[in-house]
Design a protein around this ligand. Structure first.
Ligand code: HEC
Ligand code: HEC
Length: 311
Protein backbone atom coordinates (compact mmCIF):
# COMPACT_ATOMS: atom_id res chain seq x y z
CA UNK A 1 0.00 0.00 0.00
CA UNK A 2 2.72 2.37 1.06
CA UNK A 3 4.68 1.41 -1.99
CA UNK A 4 1.80 2.21 -4.29
CA UNK A 5 1.37 5.70 -2.84
CA UNK A 6 5.05 6.40 -3.35
CA UNK A 7 4.76 5.25 -6.96
CA UNK A 8 1.69 7.42 -7.37
CA UNK A 9 3.52 10.41 -5.97
CA UNK A 10 6.47 9.89 -8.28
CA UNK A 11 4.09 9.51 -11.17
CA UNK A 12 2.21 12.69 -10.31
CA UNK A 13 5.45 14.58 -9.90
CA UNK A 14 6.56 13.34 -13.26
CA UNK A 15 3.28 14.46 -14.87
CA UNK A 16 3.56 17.88 -13.22
CA UNK A 17 7.13 18.19 -14.38
CA UNK A 18 6.20 17.32 -17.97
CA UNK A 19 3.24 19.71 -17.95
CA UNK A 20 5.35 22.58 -16.70
CA UNK A 21 7.99 21.72 -19.29
CA UNK A 22 5.44 21.59 -22.09
CA UNK A 23 3.83 24.87 -21.08
CA UNK A 24 7.26 26.48 -20.95
CA UNK A 25 8.10 25.14 -24.42
CA UNK A 26 4.82 26.40 -25.88
CA UNK A 27 5.44 29.74 -24.19
CA UNK A 28 8.93 29.98 -25.66
CA UNK A 29 7.59 29.02 -29.11
CA UNK A 30 4.82 31.65 -28.97
CA UNK A 31 7.23 34.31 -27.76
CA UNK A 32 9.57 33.42 -30.61
CA UNK A 33 6.66 33.55 -33.12
CA UNK A 34 5.61 36.93 -31.78
CA UNK A 35 9.05 38.50 -31.92
CA UNK A 36 10.09 37.01 -35.26
CA UNK A 37 6.83 38.16 -36.92
CA UNK A 38 7.23 41.53 -35.25
CA UNK A 39 10.65 41.83 -36.89
CA UNK A 40 9.16 40.92 -40.28
CA UNK A 41 6.26 43.38 -39.90
CA UNK A 42 8.51 46.17 -38.68
CA UNK A 43 11.29 45.64 -41.22
CA UNK A 44 12.39 48.80 -42.95
CA UNK A 45 12.72 48.49 -46.72
CA UNK A 46 14.89 51.12 -48.33
CA UNK A 47 14.06 51.49 -52.02
CA UNK A 48 15.29 54.02 -54.53
CA UNK A 49 12.55 56.46 -55.51
CA UNK A 50 10.83 55.39 -58.72
CA UNK A 51 8.51 57.62 -60.68
CA UNK A 52 6.04 56.93 -63.44
CA UNK A 53 4.36 59.51 -65.63
CA UNK A 54 1.04 60.57 -64.02
CA UNK A 55 -1.34 61.46 -66.88
CA UNK A 56 -3.97 64.21 -66.66
CA UNK A 57 -6.26 63.65 -69.68
CA UNK A 58 -9.87 62.55 -68.99
CA UNK A 59 -9.38 59.47 -71.22
CA UNK A 60 -6.42 58.34 -69.13
CA UNK A 61 -8.35 58.91 -65.90
CA UNK A 62 -11.09 56.73 -67.30
CA UNK A 63 -8.49 54.07 -68.12
CA UNK A 64 -7.22 54.40 -64.57
CA UNK A 65 -10.70 53.78 -63.19
CA UNK A 66 -11.18 50.74 -65.43
CA UNK A 67 -7.84 49.26 -64.37
CA UNK A 68 -8.62 50.06 -60.72
CA UNK A 69 -11.80 48.05 -61.14
CA UNK A 70 -10.73 45.02 -63.14
CA UNK A 71 -7.46 44.56 -61.23
CA UNK A 72 -9.57 44.17 -58.08
CA UNK A 73 -8.52 47.37 -56.27
CA UNK A 74 -12.14 48.53 -56.07
CA UNK A 75 -13.39 45.20 -54.71
CA UNK A 76 -10.99 45.51 -51.76
CA UNK A 77 -10.69 49.28 -51.27
CA UNK A 78 -14.33 50.24 -52.02
CA UNK A 79 -16.18 52.11 -54.73
CA UNK A 80 -15.31 55.48 -53.23
CA UNK A 81 -11.82 54.26 -52.30
CA UNK A 82 -13.01 54.70 -48.73
CA UNK A 83 -11.45 51.47 -47.48
CA UNK A 84 -13.05 48.24 -46.31
CA UNK A 85 -12.57 45.53 -43.75
CA UNK A 86 -10.63 42.87 -45.65
CA UNK A 87 -10.34 40.29 -42.91
CA UNK A 88 -11.92 40.20 -39.48
CA UNK A 89 -11.45 36.83 -37.94
CA UNK A 90 -10.36 36.05 -34.38
CA UNK A 91 -8.06 33.35 -35.74
CA UNK A 92 -6.21 35.71 -38.08
CA UNK A 93 -6.74 39.22 -36.80
CA UNK A 94 -8.11 42.32 -38.42
CA UNK A 95 -6.77 43.59 -41.72
CA UNK A 96 -8.28 46.59 -43.42
CA UNK A 97 -7.86 47.65 -47.03
CA UNK A 98 -6.88 51.27 -46.53
CA UNK A 99 -8.95 54.37 -47.20
CA UNK A 100 -6.95 55.75 -50.15
CA UNK A 101 -8.51 59.23 -50.19
CA UNK A 102 -7.72 62.46 -48.42
CA UNK A 103 -10.83 62.15 -46.22
CA UNK A 104 -11.03 61.35 -42.51
CA UNK A 105 -9.10 58.10 -41.94
CA UNK A 106 -7.54 58.25 -45.43
CA UNK A 107 -3.83 57.99 -46.22
CA UNK A 108 -3.55 60.24 -49.27
CA UNK A 109 -2.21 63.09 -47.12
CA UNK A 110 0.74 60.91 -46.08
CA UNK A 111 1.58 60.18 -49.70
CA UNK A 112 3.56 63.32 -50.41
CA UNK A 113 5.38 62.13 -53.51
CA UNK A 114 4.09 60.21 -56.52
CA UNK A 115 6.88 57.71 -55.85
CA UNK A 116 5.17 56.87 -52.52
CA UNK A 117 2.24 55.46 -54.51
CA UNK A 118 4.58 53.51 -56.78
CA UNK A 119 6.30 52.01 -53.74
CA UNK A 120 3.01 50.99 -52.07
CA UNK A 121 1.32 49.53 -55.16
CA UNK A 122 4.28 47.87 -56.88
CA UNK A 123 6.36 46.92 -53.87
CA UNK A 124 3.85 46.59 -51.01
CA UNK A 125 5.71 49.12 -48.85
CA UNK A 126 4.34 52.11 -46.93
CA UNK A 127 5.85 55.59 -47.32
CA UNK A 128 7.48 54.97 -43.90
CA UNK A 129 9.27 51.90 -45.30
CA UNK A 130 7.39 49.11 -43.49
CA UNK A 131 5.60 46.33 -45.43
CA UNK A 132 1.84 46.12 -46.09
CA UNK A 133 -0.21 43.08 -45.13
CA UNK A 134 -2.06 41.07 -47.81
CA UNK A 135 -2.02 43.90 -50.36
CA UNK A 136 -1.40 41.85 -53.57
CA UNK A 137 1.59 43.82 -54.84
CA UNK A 138 3.15 40.55 -56.07
CA UNK A 139 0.68 40.96 -58.99
CA UNK A 140 0.90 44.73 -59.33
CA UNK A 141 4.71 44.58 -59.48
CA UNK A 142 4.18 43.68 -63.15
CA UNK A 143 1.91 46.64 -63.96
CA UNK A 144 3.29 48.72 -66.83
CA UNK A 145 4.34 52.31 -66.16
CA UNK A 146 1.36 53.46 -68.24
CA UNK A 147 -1.20 51.40 -66.34
CA UNK A 148 0.26 52.24 -62.95
CA UNK A 149 0.41 55.95 -63.83
CA UNK A 150 -3.26 55.89 -64.87
CA UNK A 151 -4.27 54.14 -61.63
CA UNK A 152 -2.37 56.66 -59.49
CA UNK A 153 -3.92 59.55 -61.45
CA UNK A 154 -7.37 58.05 -60.83
CA UNK A 155 -6.74 57.65 -57.08
CA UNK A 156 -5.43 61.22 -56.81
CA UNK A 157 -8.46 62.56 -58.70
CA UNK A 158 -11.00 61.12 -56.28
CA UNK A 159 -12.81 63.31 -53.73
CA UNK A 160 -12.17 62.75 -50.02
CA UNK A 161 -14.27 60.01 -48.39
CA UNK A 162 -14.49 59.83 -44.60
CA UNK A 163 -14.05 56.35 -43.19
CA UNK A 164 -11.98 55.64 -40.10
CA UNK A 165 -10.68 52.09 -39.89
CA UNK A 166 -8.43 50.79 -37.14
CA UNK A 167 -4.87 49.94 -38.18
CA UNK A 168 -4.45 46.36 -39.43
CA UNK A 169 -3.20 43.84 -36.90
CA UNK A 170 -2.68 40.10 -36.68
CA UNK A 171 -3.69 37.91 -33.75
CA UNK A 172 -1.23 35.51 -32.17
CA UNK A 173 -2.75 32.56 -34.08
CA UNK A 174 -2.51 34.64 -37.26
CA UNK A 175 1.17 35.10 -36.49
CA UNK A 176 1.60 31.35 -35.95
CA UNK A 177 0.01 30.75 -39.40
CA UNK A 178 2.23 33.45 -40.87
CA UNK A 179 5.24 31.56 -39.53
CA UNK A 180 4.17 28.05 -40.48
CA UNK A 181 2.08 28.26 -43.68
CA UNK A 182 4.36 29.48 -46.44
CA UNK A 183 1.60 29.36 -49.10
CA UNK A 184 -0.25 32.21 -47.41
CA UNK A 185 1.23 35.48 -48.59
CA UNK A 186 0.96 37.67 -45.50
CA UNK A 187 3.70 40.10 -46.48
CA UNK A 188 3.86 40.39 -50.28
CA UNK A 189 6.94 42.65 -49.98
CA UNK A 190 8.91 39.58 -48.87
CA UNK A 191 8.25 37.88 -52.22
CA UNK A 192 9.00 40.76 -54.57
CA UNK A 193 12.47 41.06 -56.13
CA UNK A 194 12.76 44.76 -55.27
CA UNK A 195 16.28 45.21 -56.59
CA UNK A 196 15.94 43.28 -59.85
CA UNK A 197 15.33 44.91 -63.20
CA UNK A 198 11.54 44.88 -63.67
CA UNK A 199 10.42 42.94 -66.76
CA UNK A 200 9.05 45.22 -69.50
CA UNK A 201 5.29 44.92 -70.01
CA UNK A 202 4.20 43.84 -73.52
CA UNK A 203 2.53 46.45 -75.75
CA UNK A 204 -1.29 46.51 -75.55
CA UNK A 205 -3.00 44.45 -78.26
CA UNK A 206 -4.97 41.28 -78.91
CA UNK A 207 -1.93 39.06 -78.43
CA UNK A 208 -1.17 36.09 -76.16
CA UNK A 209 1.63 38.13 -74.55
CA UNK A 210 -0.74 40.92 -73.59
CA UNK A 211 -3.30 38.34 -72.48
CA UNK A 212 -0.66 36.84 -70.18
CA UNK A 213 0.01 40.32 -68.76
CA UNK A 214 -3.69 40.68 -67.94
CA UNK A 215 -3.99 37.30 -66.22
CA UNK A 216 -1.50 37.60 -63.34
CA UNK A 217 -4.35 37.42 -60.85
CA UNK A 218 -6.09 34.42 -62.48
CA UNK A 219 -3.03 32.30 -61.72
CA UNK A 220 -3.48 32.65 -57.97
CA UNK A 221 -6.55 30.42 -58.34
CA UNK A 222 -6.30 28.71 -61.74
CA UNK A 223 -2.59 27.92 -61.30
CA UNK A 224 0.47 29.12 -63.23
CA UNK A 225 -0.45 26.68 -66.04
CA UNK A 226 -4.18 27.58 -65.82
CA UNK A 227 -5.26 23.97 -65.37
CA UNK A 228 -7.30 24.75 -62.23
CA UNK A 229 -8.08 22.28 -59.44
CA UNK A 230 -8.03 22.74 -55.67
CA UNK A 231 -6.69 26.18 -54.72
CA UNK A 232 -3.82 25.81 -52.24
CA UNK A 233 -4.38 27.36 -48.79
CA UNK A 234 -7.91 28.57 -49.66
CA UNK A 235 -10.91 27.87 -47.38
CA UNK A 236 -12.49 24.44 -47.81
CA UNK A 237 -15.82 25.72 -49.12
CA UNK A 238 -14.12 27.03 -52.27
CA UNK A 239 -14.98 25.00 -55.36
CA UNK A 240 -12.00 23.88 -57.43
CA UNK A 241 -10.96 26.41 -60.07
CA UNK A 242 -11.86 25.47 -63.65
CA UNK A 243 -9.32 24.09 -66.09
CA UNK A 244 -8.84 26.86 -68.65
CA UNK A 245 -6.59 24.88 -70.98
CA UNK A 246 -7.73 22.57 -73.75
CA UNK A 247 -6.89 19.50 -71.69
CA UNK A 248 -7.52 15.96 -72.94
CA UNK A 249 -10.12 15.45 -70.20
CA UNK A 250 -11.81 18.78 -70.31
CA UNK A 251 -11.93 21.25 -73.13
CA UNK A 252 -12.00 24.97 -72.62
CA UNK A 253 -15.45 25.54 -71.21
CA UNK A 254 -16.19 28.15 -73.83
CA UNK A 255 -15.74 27.02 -77.37
CA UNK A 256 -16.17 30.49 -78.71
CA UNK A 257 -14.71 33.81 -77.74
CA UNK A 258 -18.25 35.13 -77.34
CA UNK A 259 -19.13 32.59 -74.63
CA UNK A 260 -15.92 33.40 -72.80
CA UNK A 261 -16.60 37.13 -72.91
CA UNK A 262 -20.11 36.46 -71.63
CA UNK A 263 -18.97 34.61 -68.55
CA UNK A 264 -16.33 37.24 -67.74
CA UNK A 265 -19.00 39.94 -67.97
CA UNK A 266 -22.04 38.23 -66.42
CA UNK A 267 -20.76 35.15 -64.59
CA UNK A 268 -23.24 33.01 -66.52
CA UNK A 269 -21.84 29.79 -67.99
CA UNK A 270 -22.79 28.13 -71.23
CA UNK A 271 -25.19 25.92 -69.29
CA UNK A 272 -26.92 28.94 -67.76
CA UNK A 273 -25.39 28.51 -64.30
CA UNK A 274 -24.34 31.69 -62.49
CA UNK A 275 -20.93 31.50 -60.90
CA UNK A 276 -20.64 33.00 -57.41
CA UNK A 277 -18.49 36.15 -57.71
CA UNK A 278 -17.18 35.53 -54.20
CA UNK A 279 -15.31 32.51 -55.62
CA UNK A 280 -14.57 33.67 -59.17
CA UNK A 281 -14.32 37.49 -59.18
CA UNK A 282 -16.01 38.20 -62.52
CA UNK A 283 -17.62 41.24 -60.85
CA UNK A 284 -14.17 42.86 -61.19
CA UNK A 285 -13.21 41.31 -64.55
CA UNK A 286 -16.43 42.53 -66.15
CA UNK A 287 -14.76 45.95 -66.37
CA UNK A 288 -12.15 44.71 -68.84
CA UNK A 289 -12.52 46.20 -72.32
CA UNK A 290 -13.54 44.01 -75.26
CA UNK A 291 -9.97 44.03 -76.56
CA UNK A 292 -8.57 43.07 -73.17
CA UNK A 293 -10.93 40.11 -72.88
CA UNK A 294 -10.06 39.07 -76.43
CA UNK A 295 -6.37 39.19 -75.50
CA UNK A 296 -7.06 36.91 -72.52
CA UNK A 297 -8.97 34.53 -74.79
CA UNK A 298 -6.13 34.40 -77.34
CA UNK A 299 -3.72 33.74 -74.47
CA UNK A 300 -5.84 30.84 -73.16
CA UNK A 301 -5.93 29.30 -76.64
CA UNK A 302 -2.14 29.51 -76.82
CA UNK A 303 -1.61 27.49 -73.62
CA UNK A 304 -0.39 23.91 -73.83
CA UNK A 305 -3.15 21.44 -72.82
CA UNK A 306 -2.96 20.13 -69.28
CA UNK A 307 -5.07 17.69 -67.31
CA UNK A 308 -7.09 19.45 -64.59
CA UNK A 309 -5.33 20.16 -61.34
CA UNK A 310 -1.79 20.20 -62.71
CA UNK A 311 -1.65 23.86 -61.62
C1 HEC B 1 -7.18 41.53 -52.04
C2 HEC B 1 -7.46 42.85 -51.60
C3 HEC B 1 -6.70 44.01 -52.21
C4 HEC B 1 -6.57 44.34 -53.53
C5 HEC B 1 -7.07 43.59 -54.73
C6 HEC B 1 -5.85 45.59 -53.54
N1 HEC B 1 -5.53 45.98 -52.27
FE1 HEC B 1 -4.51 47.67 -51.75
N2 HEC B 1 -4.48 47.01 -49.82
C7 HEC B 1 -5.14 45.93 -49.33
C8 HEC B 1 -4.93 45.85 -47.90
C9 HEC B 1 -5.48 44.76 -46.98
C10 HEC B 1 -4.12 46.94 -47.55
C11 HEC B 1 -3.70 47.35 -46.14
C12 HEC B 1 -2.55 46.59 -45.65
C13 HEC B 1 -2.10 46.96 -44.28
O1 HEC B 1 -2.80 47.66 -43.56
O2 HEC B 1 -1.00 46.54 -43.92
C14 HEC B 1 -3.86 47.66 -48.79
C15 HEC B 1 -3.08 48.79 -48.88
C16 HEC B 1 -2.92 49.57 -50.02
C17 HEC B 1 -2.15 50.78 -50.08
C18 HEC B 1 -1.31 51.34 -48.95
C19 HEC B 1 -2.10 52.23 -48.05
C20 HEC B 1 -1.41 52.50 -46.73
O3 HEC B 1 -1.89 51.98 -45.72
O4 HEC B 1 -0.43 53.24 -46.72
C21 HEC B 1 -2.31 51.28 -51.35
C22 HEC B 1 -1.71 52.56 -51.89
C23 HEC B 1 -3.15 50.36 -52.07
N3 HEC B 1 -3.49 49.32 -51.24
C24 HEC B 1 -3.55 50.52 -53.39
C25 HEC B 1 -4.14 49.50 -54.15
C26 HEC B 1 -4.33 49.55 -55.58
C27 HEC B 1 -4.00 50.72 -56.47
C28 HEC B 1 -4.83 48.33 -55.95
C29 HEC B 1 -5.11 47.81 -57.34
C30 HEC B 1 -4.06 47.95 -58.34
C31 HEC B 1 -5.02 47.56 -54.73
N4 HEC B 1 -4.59 48.29 -53.66
C32 HEC B 1 -5.56 46.29 -54.69
C33 HEC B 1 -5.88 45.03 -50.05
C34 HEC B 1 -6.02 45.03 -51.42
C1 HEC C 1 -10.13 33.96 -56.43
C2 HEC C 1 -9.96 32.85 -57.32
C3 HEC C 1 -10.14 33.05 -58.81
C4 HEC C 1 -9.58 34.02 -59.62
C5 HEC C 1 -8.64 35.13 -59.21
C6 HEC C 1 -10.00 33.72 -60.97
N1 HEC C 1 -10.83 32.64 -60.97
FE1 HEC C 1 -11.80 31.88 -62.58
N2 HEC C 1 -12.72 30.52 -61.37
C7 HEC C 1 -12.47 30.34 -60.03
C8 HEC C 1 -13.28 29.27 -59.52
C9 HEC C 1 -13.30 28.76 -58.09
C10 HEC C 1 -14.06 28.81 -60.60
C11 HEC C 1 -15.11 27.72 -60.57
C12 HEC C 1 -16.38 28.34 -60.10
C13 HEC C 1 -17.55 27.43 -60.16
O1 HEC C 1 -17.48 26.43 -60.86
O2 HEC C 1 -18.55 27.75 -59.51
C14 HEC C 1 -13.68 29.63 -61.75
C15 HEC C 1 -14.24 29.53 -63.01
C16 HEC C 1 -13.82 30.23 -64.14
C17 HEC C 1 -14.42 30.12 -65.45
C18 HEC C 1 -15.66 29.31 -65.80
C19 HEC C 1 -15.39 27.92 -66.17
C20 HEC C 1 -16.67 27.08 -66.23
O3 HEC C 1 -16.86 26.25 -65.35
O4 HEC C 1 -17.47 27.27 -67.13
C21 HEC C 1 -13.70 30.92 -66.30
C22 HEC C 1 -13.90 31.10 -67.78
C23 HEC C 1 -12.66 31.54 -65.49
N3 HEC C 1 -12.79 31.11 -64.17
C24 HEC C 1 -11.72 32.43 -65.98
C25 HEC C 1 -10.90 33.20 -65.17
C26 HEC C 1 -9.98 34.20 -65.68
C27 HEC C 1 -9.71 34.49 -67.14
C28 HEC C 1 -9.42 34.80 -64.58
C29 HEC C 1 -8.47 35.97 -64.53
C30 HEC C 1 -8.74 37.10 -65.41
C31 HEC C 1 -9.96 34.13 -63.40
N4 HEC C 1 -10.84 33.18 -63.80
C32 HEC C 1 -9.63 34.45 -62.08
C33 HEC C 1 -11.60 31.08 -59.25
C34 HEC C 1 -10.92 32.19 -59.67
Amino acid sequence: MLNLTTTMKTFLKWIAFCTVGLVALVGIFLAWVYFSTQVRLGRFYLLPEAYVQIPVSPEKLEDGQRIFRFRGCEACHGEKLEGKVYLSDPVMGEVNATNLTNGLGGVAGRYEKDSDWVKAIRHGIRPEGTPLLFMPSTEFYYLSDDDLGAVIAYIQSQPPADNMLPPSSLSLTGRVLMTLVKELTFIPAEMIPHDAQRPAAPPAGITPEYGAYLTQSCKVCHGPGMSGGEIPAFPEEYPPAANLTTSPVRYLPYWEEEGFVKIMRTGVTRHGREINPAYMPWSSYKFMSDDELKAVWVYLLSLPPRASGNR
